[in-house]
Structure formats: structure tokens, C-alpha cells
Design a binder for this molecule. Structure first.
Ligand code: ADP
Length: 222
């Protein structure tokens, strides 16, 4: 599903990632741990071709991501949903419109958009907020709306970059449970975080980065 072979990425000749090799199978739930600056965001950016590696290879479903032509990148991004710490919802669009956006960009038909957005909003539990603007939602609801936007295309991979960074422990727990449900339906999930609560609650596979190096890869309980 996802393979990195000896991947390095430098910013100003300083390594953000250093010789990282990693294989993730379909259906896995991986927590990418590491302190701030460890290289977690860089790794996620490489997977969606928002950055290119300086060394090594990255395969997503057998395709070499670093070699994609710019015109091929939107197709990659349809197969990978991404969620950020700071939500990134458009403030002047309703929840429905925000979640519909990836489908509209692709030129999907109105009926398909309505059906898929309704499904995604129901799956994350904010269907009742569909006509509201992001500012009238709680932080937890905003993150749920972001997750709806990330899954509306039925991605094979869901990436999340510190998705609970703006949430208290209770909301963090709810969001992680939601990721588990999405994972149980077959989506490969990778959550980058420095929050030990997330690691403990997921309790699956933990990959740890330290100063750009992969220093541990542990498989835990359930
Ligand atoms: P994390 O997500 O684990 O906090 P990052 O991947 O954001 O770590 O950053 C890894 C390292 O790369 C840090 O030292 C950071 O300062 C550096 N870095 C990340 N993005 C850039 C950039 N666009 N320009 C320069 N340095 C960067």
C-alpha cells in the first residue's frame, strides 16, 4: 500500500527525514510518533506529493509518487484523504459546501455530491450541522467536518497531522474512535502525533521518528 525506501528530505541541507524505510499494508492503523520537528509532517507531505524526496523512493499502491507528473497529482490526492490540526475549513462556506468541495473540484454531478456528502456527514456525526458555517461549530465538530471532507471521496488512505492538537482529552478520544471506525471499514489510517494519549488509545502499530530518523517500529496489542 505505502512503501518508503531509504527516503531522505533536506531543507537548507539539514535533514528533515534521513534514510527512512517503511512499509504499510492495506488496512493498517499506524501512529507516527515523534516530538515537534521530528519529521512527521514532512513524511505525510511526501506521501501526497506536496514535497519531493531528495533521495529514495516512495510507492503508494505501486506508483512512484516522486515521479508523478503534476497532472497526475490530483488523482493521487483523491485516493488519500488528509486531516490537519488547524481544520482548514473555508469560513464562508457551510459545512455541506466544505465537504462537497473535493467532489465539486472533480466536476461530480449534483446528485452524486448530495449523496456522498450526506453519507460522509452521517459517518462522522455532524449531519445536523450541514447548513451551518464552521465558526458556529465546536472544535470537535469542526474536526469531524474535516474528517468528512477527507473521506468524501472514499479514499484508500487517510492521513492525519496532529488531528487532536486543538482538542481536549475527551474530544481527542472521540476523534480517535472515529478513526478506528473508518479504519475498520477498510481504510488504511496514519495519524502523526506527539500525544501519548493517541498512541495508547490506538494501541496498534507505532512508528517513531526522532530527528528525521525512524528509531522504532512497534506492533502493540489489539
Ligand atoms: P514534525 O511534523 O514532526 O513537527 P516537520 O516535518 O514539520 O516535523 O519538520 C522536520 C524538520 O524540517 C524541522 O527541523 C523543520 O524545522 C524542518 N522543516 C520542515 N518544513 C520546512 C520548510 N518548508 N523549510 C525549512 N525547514 C523545514
Amino acid at each position: 500500500m505505502i512503501q518508503l525506501f531509504h527516503v531522505s528530505k533536506y531543507y537548507d541541507r539539514r535533514p528533515a527525514l534521513s534514510n527512512v524505510s517503511l512499509a504499510i499494508e492495506k488496512g493498517e492503523f499506524v501512529v507516527l510518533m515523534g516530538a515537534s520537528g521530528a519529521g512527521k509532517s514532512t513524511l505525510l507531505k511526501l506521501l501526497i506529493a506536496a514535497e519531493r524526496p531528495d533521495e529514495g523512493q516512495i510507492l503508494v499502491q505501486g506508483r512512484n509518487v516522486a515521479k508523478l507528473r503534476p497532472s497526475e497529482i490530483p488523482y493521487l490526492r483523491r485516493r488519500i484523504g488528509i486531516v490537519f490540526q488547524d481544520f482548514r475549513l473555508l469560513p464562508k462556506r457551510t459545512v455541506f459546501e466544505n465537504v462537497a468541495l473535493p467532489l465539486m473540484v472533480q466536476g461530480a454531478a449534483g446528485g452524486e455530491i448530495r449523496r456522498k456528502v450526506a453519507e460522509a456527514l452521517k459517518a462522522v456525526g455532524v449531519d445536523h450541522k450541514r447548513e451551518q458555517f464552521p465558526s458556529s461549530l465546536s472544535a470537535g465538530e469542526q474536526q469531524r467536518a474535516c474528517i468528512a471532507r477527507a473521506i468524501v471521496n472514499g479514499p484508500i488512505i487517510l492521513l492525519a497531522d496532529e488531528p487532536t492538537g486543538n482538542l481536549d482529552p475527551e474530544l481527542t478520544s472521540e476523534i480517535i474512535e472515529l478513526f478506528k471506525v473508518i479504519n475498520a471499514r477498510g481504510t488504511t489510517v496514519m495519524v502523526a502525533t506527539h500525544d501519548p494519549q493517541v498512541m495508547a488509545q490506538v494501541n496498534r502499530r507505532i512508528v517513531t521518528l526522532m530527528e528525521g530518523k525512524l528509531v522504532a517500529d512497534q506492533r502493540l496489542g489489539s
